[in-house]
Design a protein around this ligand. Structure first.
Ligand SMILES: Nc1ncnc2c1ncn2[C@@H]1O[C@H](COP(=O)(O)OP(=O)(O)OP(=O)(O)O)[C@@H](O)[C@H]1O
Ligand SMILES: [Mg+2]
Length: 253
């Protein structure tokens, strides 16, 4: 069984990577979880997961005659983690079409596939996770402009048959809640409001996911609630894999 989630946002820096690893670790208590840095142009998951020295990464898998997916899969923090490298030359060599086969392969062997997705919907590679996932988790900062960005991501996801699992408000300051407005506009529920937390910054600096670095923090507890609210569905791994393998990725909006 598998369900594939795209962890997406309108703008960059909202906390997608932090959220991908936090949700992954929380779900790993009860599921077999694989997280993939599907942001192959601006990859940064490796820095959050202590994998900045990783030998093989997704970039090495996405070239003709490249590494196997297993070579770029690392068992970390109770999850299977597939990081991507940061070199521009490697990104240019990588064939984004191959990412569909990589994700298809991973889908047949996990319960939850979390795709850390590019921020903008500006290229074919960027839209892939949102188009092909079962559901999208939209990570936003709690401001009205961010809601508007999130609505665009939602509209795009829904137009390709991807459900919206819900909205995760991140870096929320005291008194800043926009969950009420969000509930009016978004398809899915507000999964959680994650406080702006020094623990999240410290975790990044330490190269560890928040739930490993500060498991007792209020931010970690909020991510655990969000993971519970996801209510993971047991899809057919082969069917998900087929969808990724055979998809024709549309031109971006
Ligand atoms: N709840 C939080 N409180 C404080 N800082 C946070 C929080 N969540 C994330 N951050 C910090 O904000 C920065 C951006 O977070 P992250 O890398 O997860 O965002 P992103 O959406 O993946 O960014 P990009 O679009 O560049 O990939 C990081 O330095 C991270 O430590
Ligand atoms: Mg990121």
């Amino acid at each position: 069984m598998v369900e594939a989630f795209a962890v997406a946002s309108g703008k960059g820096g909202t906390g997608k990577t932090t959220s991908t690893l936090a949700l992954g670790m929380a779900l790993a208590d009860s599921h077999d979880v694989t997280v993939v840095d599907a942001d192959t142009g601006m990859a940064n998951l490796l820095f959050h997961a202590g994998l900045s020295d990783a030998d093989a990464t997704l970039h090495d898998v996405l070239v003709e005659g490249g590494d196997s997916v297993e070579a770029a899969t690392y068992e970390r923090f109770g999850m299977s983690v597939v990081p991507c490298g940061t070199s521009l030359a490697a990104f240019e060599r990588a064939d984004p079409d191959r990412l569909r086969d990589v994700i298809a392969e991973l889908a047949t062997d996990t319960d939850v596939l979390l795709l850390d997705s590019p921020a903008t919907l500006g290229s074919k590679a960027a839209v892939l996770p949102v188009v092909l996932a079962d559901r999208a988790v939209v990570v936003l900062q709690p401001t009205v402009p961010a809601l508007s960005d999130g609505l665009k991501v939602q509209e795009y996801a829904l137009s390709y048959g991807t459900d919206v699992a819900g909205v995760l408000f991140n870096k929320v300051h005291e008194g800043e809640s926009v969950a009420e407005q969000a509930d009016r506009y978004f398809e899915g529920p507000t999964l959680a409001e994650i406080p702006d937390a020094d623990a999240a910054r410290a975790a990044r600096a330490a190269g560890e996911p928040l739930l490993a670095h500060a498991p007792e923090s209020t931010a970690a507890a909020a991510f655990r609630r969000a993971a519970d609210a996801l209510d993971v569905r047991a899809g057919d791994g082969e069917a998900v894999a087929d969808r990724f393998r055979s998809a024709v990725i549309p031109d971006p909006p």
